[in-house]
Design a protein around this ligand. Structure first.
Ligand SMILES: *Cc1c(COP(=O)(O)O)cnc(C)c1O
Length: 329
């Protein structure tokens, strides 16, 4: 089964009223700094603070009445789980969210506040994923993968539809890359609408499963390591159907960024662009900083994928980079 531009357009109509159309903000400071025209796609402004709401809404709204009646189960590093929880609550559907023991407390609290059942299923995401699937089977709940479901991918693709409508001159998109659902969906939309567009993936240095799999030409397993980009960690299950082949086909360049440059980008975004980015989202700015000479295009959209970072943690990082007193009011 192929995922098409039509599916993404249908997703866009379907998710209206749950996910919002986010602004594409001209990034004044980054534009000045880089000599390229930089825009920020502000997915941080989704009600749950991340683009994952698009895919979750699209996947859940396509379920049959029987499936909706039974409920859904998912495994998530946080943002997907939070999105599933939000949509399920809005539509009155039962949702169980499985997480690994490594998920930060701020994200767990975010999900619990939405009134869903959160279960710690394994020590890392690969283990949690296996346990989650078997729980879904035995309890008759519909399993929704964070990145390898056709409905989720089509939902994430709506980000690219919006970007190209908001600014048709965009010739490069820098997209944080983990399981590849966002990249896959955006690629189907963007490359069909504008075949010459360049798609750049960015991941953290340690444990970048999709980056390494693309390089190897086959799925590789990684050791999950703690990272500021916690939304990008975790492996890709061996039964991958959609996201890996689509990323293999469409990703033009894929880069890895260091923890230090992710931290710097989070502080920079707050200081100069006045936006809150979690580590996974700040990788797009880090990529621009580390690899500017290798990044094609003059009109570049950075996908600011999420803002779910604990405020004290962000402020610590901020103070590590900007010790001077900020005198702007
Ligand atoms: C999920 C997520 C990503 C990566 O999306 P994939 O579809 O897994 O590649 C990037 N940034 C944030 C904030 C996320 O939550």
């Amino acid at each position: 089964m192929d995922i098409t531009l039509q599916d993404i357009k249908a997703a866009r109509d379907r998710i209206q009223g749950i996910a919002v159309q986010t602004p594409l903000k001209p990034a004044y400071s980054l534009t000045e700094r880089t000599g390229r025209n930089i825009w920020l796609k502000m997915e941080t402004m989704q009600p749950t603070g991340a683009f994952k709401l698009r895919g979750a809404a699209n996947a859940i709204m396509q379920l049959s009445p029987e499936q909706k009646q039974a409920g859904v189960l998912t495994m998530s590093t946080g943002n997907h789980g939070k999105a599933i929880a939000y949509v399920a609550k809005k539509l009155g559907i039962r949702a169980v969210i499985c997480i690994s023991a490594q998920v930060p407390e701020v994200k767990i609290q975010g999900m619990k506040k939405l009134g869903v059942e959160v279960r710690v299923a394994g020590k890392d995401q690969d283990e949690a994923d296996i346990e989650a699937r078997s729980m879904a089977q035995s309890e008759g709940l519909f399993f929704i993968s964070a990145f390898d479901s056709a409905g989720v991918i089509a939902g994430q693709g709506t980000v690219a539809l919006e970007v190209l409508e908001q600014e048709p001159s965009i010739d490069t998109m820098i997209i944080p890359l983990s399981g590849g659902g966002l990249m896959a969906g955006m690629a189907i939309a963007a490359k069909n609408i504008k075949p010459g567009i360049r798609l750049v993936g960015v991941s953290m240095e340690q444990g970048a499963a999709m980056h390494l799999s693309i390089q190897a030409g086959q799925l590789v397993t990684v050791d999950e390591q703690p990272s500021l980009a916690d939304a990008l960690t975790g492996g890709i299950p061996a039964d991958n159907q959609f996201s890996f082949p689509l990323c293999q086909q469409y990703v033009d360049r894929s880069f890895l960024v260091s923890e230090a440059s992710i931290a710097k980008a989070m502080a920079y975004a707050l200081r100069w662009e006045r936006i809150v980015l979690e580590g996974g989202a700040a990788t797009s700015i880090a990529c621009l900083e580390e690899y500017l000479d290798e990044i094609p295009g003059q009109n570049i959209a950075l996908i600011c994928t999420g803002d779910n970072v604990a405020v004290p943690k962000l402020l610590d990082i901020y103070h590590q980079h900007y010790a001077e007193k900020d005198t702007r009011s």
